[in-house]
Design a protein around this ligand. Sequence first.
Ligand SMILES: C[S@@+](CC[C@H](N)C(=O)[O-])C[C@H]1O[C@@H](n2cnc3c(N)ncnc32)[C@H](O)[C@@H]1O
Length: 616
Amino acid sequence: MAAAATTTTITTKLLVRPPHSLPLFFFFTHFPKSRLLSFSSLYSSSSTTSQPIFPDPKQLPYGPSLLKGTFPTSSRTFQKNHYNDDDDDDGDGNGEDYPLDEDRFTRVYDLAALRVPAGDCSALESRLRGHLLNWPRVRNVARVPGDDVDEEVAELVGESDDEDAMVKLHRRIYGTAEGDGGELSPVLRREEMARTFESRGFVNFRNLARMTRTKKRKKRREEENGEAKRRTRKNEFAVVEVVEDEDAEEVGGDLKGLLGDEFKNRKWRGRTRLLLLDERCSTKCVNELPEAIKAVLKENAKQHMRSTFELVRCKLTLFYDYWQMNEILEALLPEGMIVPSAFETVGHIAHLNLRDEHLPYKKLIAKVILDKNKPKIQTVVNKLNAIHNDYRTMQLEVLSGNRSLVTTVVENGLRFHVDLASVYWNSRLATERQRLLSGFTRNDVVCDVFSGVGPIAISAAKIVKRVYANDLNPHAIEYLERNSVLNKLERKIKVFNMDGRRFIISMFSSEKAPSITQVVMNLPNDAVEFLDAFRGFLRGRTQDQEFPLPMIHVYGFSKARDPEFDFHERIRIALSEVAVDVEMRRVRLVAPGKWMLCASFILPKSVAFAKPLLGL
Ligand SMILES: C[S@@+](CC[C@H](N)C(=O)[O-])C[C@H]1O[C@@H](n2cnc3c(N)ncnc32)[C@H](O)[C@@H]1O
């Protein structure tokens, strides 16, 4: 306990090389063993940080881990490793009562570092890379507050130990040595003049009066800067602090007189940086360090009268912001539960498909996803049940973030406004849409029977001569029109709002029919059933008349063992045609054993001249 009490944590602000600092070797070979933070001390009450949390250090992984380190003394006691059902006070199982306590993810790691002059730092970093910390996102070179001394001040103090340098520094900071013959800095000179001038002097030297007045604006700016710095600190994901030993500080002498209370017992070392050493070095003293590090230290000690390098103990604190989404979720969810790692995005919305077992934790999961994917993700939603309605819209529950389900998606260089509450959108089909569009040319005229908000129709309009787009959902049509205008393609697209079958019949019985070269039917559940609408649209014409027949692209699902055969059969039955030459492709596996397919074929002439089915 006593050892712990004499070890203090100091966020170093400004360091001056002490006139009587000890050579590095002396300093660390005499570093009392009891003061070195050992791994076991992390688990003992004498640790500077806090109480033990993880029982078996041997099992711990290499590198940063939430299973390692300690909690900062300021953070609340970590009682449980996981949230459990008891946390849901109202017992409704909706997880609303689980607050996400970010402090629970702060971890403090005791490390060793070489404090080196800033100028030597990058060369040493390359030389010692294999022995440095090398943790993801944590820089090997750490800057602690105050490690940068003003260039001029550093020059003034330099490497020399002489008292003169200290006097000069003192004069520079306080001006108390004025009149000792030395030249004053411009500021001190001005202040001296201001003090000795009589009132007439100020009349003649207006500028001087202004210059010596306290500057309100400057003060305000400084205050704002301070505030900005505080804000940045809050957003930081890692902080390094130097842990110094009180005895060692006394060796350095007391600079309090020079620099104020804040710098009591600190050493002035000039501009320095910390090279964070590999975690295996955290408890080692100089003699126990890897040979490569010792060689560097020896070289340095030979070159200088005394070593300019120091081995220091420091603390690396990693905050909630440091950890990856899956690391946080793994820690939050009960052991053995699959961590939801993937989600779909539609604009600013992350769209989850949570399993039943996740539902009690849905809000926690959503909060973590939101935090870890900001600013791109602003809203996290969960799909409530499978899509059953005609418009193929999803029932969504907003779990976290802003409640707006209206978003903008950019696809294929085009922008689409989408309201997920009332229209269909599936970002996973982007590649398929690209593939389909790559087959279109500027001579094509496209009919999109189930167009939704227009990802195919509007993208096609960029390439082809003309697009006829239709959807049954009036909201989808509203967005389709809006998106056509948004992408400046409204003049190439004609929009319809009717049932797909009626649309096919009316298009192919109109004068537009001969110009239509491509028909897209993307309603995988039912599209095949609409194919009979093409039957007999050329009836009344003579078979020997030249009439271009359109290429049909129809989408469908199949759970059959031979999905291509199954889908082909369904097409043949819908067209009441014996043989159809179909090009078939698997688009994607939408569920285990369930394929989405796309069949492309030229509408057979026999179908176009066939007798329409009853009722059409
Ligand atoms: C799977 S979505 C495809 C939308 C669009 N092609 C896309 O890739 O996003 C199917 C669309 O068909 C529309 N729909 C459903 N039944 C329809 C019908 N009988 N007639 C016309 N459109 C229909 C839905 O409103 C929905 O927008």
